[in-house]
Design a protein around this ligand. Sequence first.
Ligand code: AMP
Length: 283
Amino acid sequence: MKIINTLETARHIAKQVKACGNRIAFVPTMGNLHEGHLSLVRKARELADFVIVSIYVNSMQFGHNEDFDTYPKTFAADKHHLEQENVDAVFAPTEKIMYPEGQTDHTRIQLDCLDGMHCGLSRPQFFSGVATVVTKLFNIVTPDVAVFGEKDFQQLCVIKKIVHDLMMPVEIVSGPTCRDENGLALSSRNNYLTHTEKKKAAGLYALIQKVASKISAGERDYTRLSQFGIEQMQESGFVPDYFNIVSTKTLKPPSDDESSLVILAACTLNNIRLIDNMQIQID
Ligand code: AMP
């Protein structure tokens, strides 16, 4: 497995792979890899001849009061996991490589689609930061296909949108959310939680499932169900950010005949941010 630390090497390797007629599958990550990330790597392995994983904690997508400085960094363990998965190359750039002139006057992808909605409301810089860094990574790695997790459903929608709108020649494939035995979606931020907190945090998915079964049973008052979700979060000891039931296509409130819905939920537990979601198909 090649460890790539420079832009030139990354570009050179990508060019060589393509010159041999091979396809590149790419999995962008922020490291501290867990089974969720590795499931995407396995999917990537099935989709192309050459798999590249990036490990880069992108400061642009973090707010000033967020956890950029404490975000877990476990490169040696990550490298070991990726070797086990037969990954061909890991691109692990530094901040200086990704933003050589800093971020002050850096071009940013401006997204309006999630402005004032869901995570876009509480983390206004987040999707623009993600879209910008993913665009940069795509320009470096030149993947044929890139794999993202449904765990971050809004992020997946944003990536699909920029690829579509900016006509990027890359196919976006998604993988389902990996969970622990209690249903808690695996996340690097779970490292901040104690054993007891993790059990409590699993209540978020249990609540989403509860609301999903109400919808499946025929309840259609989404405003009331969202309110129920918020109240239940509070009762379970979470500080709610949002609990929204929206169209999977628009991420906006569903029309009456909408059949493809997603429940999006975010909250904090002892100041640790948790997000989760569930897609629902109704008749
Ligand atoms: P991150 O390192 O958190 O930026 O995540 C890198 C990729 O892994 C993103 O596409 C995430 O959506 C995906 N991912 C994170 N957690 C999970 C999970 N529990 N199951 C599946 N994919 C995940």
